[in-house]
Design a protein around this ligand. Structure first.
Ligand SMILES: [Zn+2]
Ligand SMILES: [Zn+2]
Length: 103
């Protein structure tokens, strides 16, 4: 999985698709092969329902390795979908681990 870049301002500032909701703006309920197949009615709290995140990195923007850039974490097949703890659901991180969400 790659980070979906919506807009690049410069090599440190981007607008990316929210990993946790994959741009849907609502919390995912069901995931199959890391694709969201069902959403809840709740607003995604990673992007506040916008579906996109403006982020700033201090070196390179890369997909988070723990969640493979999805922002999702699913402990077992039957468990609910959680936010990846490493990236907080963003799906991306900086090469050195310094990623800031710009609000
Ligand atoms: Zn979101
Ligand atoms: Zn992650």
């Amino acid at each position: 999985m790659n980070v979906v870049i919506i807009q690049t301002f410069d090599k440190m500032n981007y607008v990316i698709q929210c990993g946790y909701c994959r741009g849907g703006g609502r919390k995912p309920r069901k995931v199959q092969n890391w694709q969201i197949v069902e959403y809840t009615g709740e607003t995604c709290d990673v992007c506040n329902g916008k579906g996109a995140l403006r982020v700033q990195v201090n070196d390179f923007l890369i997909p988070d390795g723990k969640c493979q850039g999805t922002g999702l974490y699913k402990p077992t097949d039957t468990s609910p979908v959680l936010k990846c703890e490493t990236c907080g659901g963003v799906g991306a991180r900086s090469l050195s681990g310094e990623l800031k969400i710009v609000r």
